[in-house]
Design a protein around this ligand. Structure first.
Ligand code: ADP
Ligand code: ADP
Length: 232
């Protein structure tokens, strides 16, 4: 579902250049939950942002669902991105819109007719366990509820792939567990392929089928969770 080969991304300024991603190969099968584990600055976020072309790689290829992303024009890219949802550490919700309004926003962007939006919003809120909170504003929600809104919004266009950027890092352990359970549930029910980045081994252990350890822009270890845990 996600195939990455020879990926490189260097940030250059006048004084320094940082090879944030320095030659990464990655293959994530359909329905897999793949984790990229590493410390701050390892290049995880840059790697993730290269999957939906929020960052343009300097070299390498990225294909999602059989479509090569690096060569797409703006219009095609906009369409391809609808097949790739993304969730964030700090949720990135619109504070002036209600829960329903935040989810509906994703549908407005993709041009879903008004008549369909309401039913789809209700369906998405039910999927993430937020029925009854449709009219609340983000400021009235707990962290876990905010992330549920983020997940509902990410799934609005029925993507096959979900990218998770430290989605539980701002949450307490109990809330983290409930969000991870939701992600697993969505993975199973929708066949959703998940690529997540995290600095927490516990997250990887809890929901990933395979994982890689990233350091200085490279994968220093990769394999199934069983393999990785067996490595001394
Ligand atoms: P991680 O997500 O693992 O914390 P990042 O991908 O955010 O790692 O960062 C990898 C490296 O790239 C770090 O050295 C970081 O400082 C640098 N970096 C990230 N984004 C930028 C940017 N927009 N401009 C310059 N350097 C950046
Ligand atoms: P906002 O003030 O945040 O823009 P609106 O009330 O205008 O919110 O609603 C935005 C969208 O959310 C509309 O497209 C509507 O279809 C949908 N919506 C609003 N309330 C609900 C609800 N209780 N259940 C499902 N969808 C809703």
């Amino acid at each position: 579902m996600i195939e990455i080969s020879g990926l490189r991304k260097t940030y250059r300024s006048r004084k320094v250049s940082v090879a944030a991603v320095d030659g990464v190969d990655l293959s994530v099968g359909e329905g897999e939950v793949f984790g990229v584990l590493g410390q701050s600055g390892a290049g995880k976020s840059t790697l993730l942002r290269c999957v939906n072309m929020l960052e343009r790689p300097d070299a390498g290829t990225v294909s999602v669902g059989g479509q090569e992303m690096t060569t797409l024009r703006r219009r095609q890219l906009r369409i391809a991105r609808q097949g790739i949802g993304m969730i964030h550490q700090h949720f990135a919700l619109l504070s002036s819109r209600t829960v329903a309004g935040n989810v509906a926003f994703a549908l407005e962007v993709t041009g879903t007719p008004r008549a369909e939006r309401r039913a789809r919003v209700a369906e998405l809120l039910e999927l993430v366990g937020l029925t009854g909170r449709a009219d609340a504003y983000p400021a009235q929600l707990s962290g876990g509820q905010k992330q549920r809104v983020g997940i509902a919004r990410a799934l609005a266009a029925r993507p096959k792939v979900l990218l998770s950027d430290e989605a539980t890092s701002a949450l307490d352990p109990e809330t983290t567990e409930s969000i991870l359970r939701l992600l697993l549930d969505l993975n199973r029910r929708l066949g959703l392929t998940i690529l997540l980045i995290t600095h927490e081994m516990s997250v990887v252990k809890r929901i990933c089928t395979s994982a890689a350890v990233m350091r200085d822009g490279r994968f220093v270890e990769a394999g199934t969770i069983t393999d990785l845990l067996r490595t001394p």
